[in-house]
Design a protein around this ligand. Structure first.
Ligand code: F3S
Length: 386
């Protein structure tokens, strides 16, 4: 991969060992994927923030970088807790101290301590055609598909390297020719509610490429579908006919066709009693907060079922009045964390969620091995109301 004189100086350590290390990572990735050069980015988003996921090794790596600074606006993924709910999330002193140390390291690098997987709502907003380096898979697929920004599915370290250098290797989804559909997905019924994340899980299992779908869904439906696709598979972009910004030139002649039947989707719907209803994976939008508040307003919560909503701090602030209604009902609106990277999966054994992604991870032993039911937001809310 070609490096400019300035980039070679960084590689040679003229600006310090931390930047040299980061440049070596970008060079290696660029060489592996056949990138011709580094291209400037306008934003970065870092995963690998919760101590529950990166542990001691991750913290050690951050400490090893020395006094480096990011070159572009950069935000963080959710961490292990919302500071207001340490008891509920069973956060011990060790976890608390280590998590705060991680956040301090990132803040010292000039990173905004906004901890959300939906930075595209208010905190870190990319625009159509911009090159960015994002790591959270649900945010990557949203940025590529719904916004039309360009990012590969970065890892925690490559996103950080790009943030610190201000550039990313030019390959994959940064190139126009790699953004076309590889599969056309025919959904032969009209999806609603919980169908979207289930379709996402199925597409993620069947497609290794870029799916093109024909159906209607609003941005929240597509957000849930995309996050599920990115969790059950390695998809980083999709097109929806008539909706996403690059669908017009997306279809070539040699796309593979996959049909999803209603029976296949319905067979994944199970019914269980849940102890926790968790909404907000990816983090809830303001519209979702409003929907929830309006549904539970003036009603009473069942004592033995918890309602936890996860959202960005910036979204909760904009929707304060709705947060208040949900909290008066007995729900908890948590910020800066999420149902997967906190201890929630280890506390509850039966969880209901709108999220295919949460279902995918929470049912794994590492995240608690809970039994998880995917249902639409209203079915879940009904199960919490007396
Ligand atoms: Fe976001 Fe956590 Fe889900 S990072 S996409 S809420 S697993």
């Amino acid at each position: 991969m070609y490096l400019s004189k300035e980039e070679e100086k960084i590689l040679d350590g003229e600006f310090g060992h931390g930047y040299a290390k980061m440049m070596r990572i970008l060079l290696k990735i660029g060489d592996i994927y056949g990138a011709d050069k580094l291209i400037p980015i306008t934003s970065a988003q870092i995963s690998g923030v919760s101590y529950n996921t990166i542990g001691e090794h991750g913290l050690h790596f951050l400490k090893s970088l020395g006094g480096v600074q990011v070159k572009v606006p950069t935000t963080l993924n959710p961490l292990a807790f919302d500071e207001r709910y340490l008891d509920e999330l069973k956060v011990d002193e060790h976890l608390y101290a280590r998590q705060m140390e991680i956040i301090k390291r990132y803040v010292d690098m000039g990173i905004k301590p906004t901890a959300t997987c939906t930075p595209y709502y208010y905190d870190n907003i990319p625009h159509f055609g911009e090159h960015i380096a994002w790591a959270e898979s649900s945010a990557v697929i949203y940025a590529n598909s719904i916004i039309g920004a360009r990012t590969n599915r970065e890892g925690a370290i490559t996103a950080l390297a790009s943030a610190l250098i201000g550039k990313t290797p030019n390959y994959g989804l940064h190139l126009e020719e790699n953004r076309r559909a590889t599969h056309i997905i025919e959904v032969n019924f009209e999806p609603k509610g919980e169908d979207y994340p289930i379709i996402g899980l199925i597409v993620g299992e069947k497609v290794n490429g870029i799916p093109y779908l024909r159906f209607f869904g609003d941005n929240d439906d597509l957000k849930l579908m995309g996050a599920a696709m990115a969790a059950s598979g390695s998809i980083a972009m999709y097109h929806v006919e008539g909706i996403t910004p690059e669908f017009r030139n997306a279809l070539g002649d040699d796309v593979e066709r996959i049909v999803i039947e209603k029976e296949e989707v319905d067979s994944r719907k199970i019914s269980i009693d849940v102890e926790l209803v968790a909404i907000g994976c990816p983090h809830a939008s303001l519209k979702e907060l409003i929907r929830i508040a309006e549904f539970v307003r003036g009603k009473r919560k069942q004592k033995d079922v918890e309602l936890w909503i996860f959202t960005a701090k910036s979204t909760a602030e904009r929707g304060k009045e709705y947060v208040k209604i949900i909290e008066e009902f007995g729900g908890k609106v948590m910020v800066d964390t999420c149902v997967v990277v906190s201890n929630a999966g280890k506390i509850f054994k039966r969880i209901g969620t709108t999220s295919g992604k949460a279902a995918f991870y929470l049912s794994k032993k590492k995240f608690g091995g809970a039994t998880v039911e995917i249902a639409d937001i209203y079915t879940l809310l009904r199960s919490v109301i007396e």
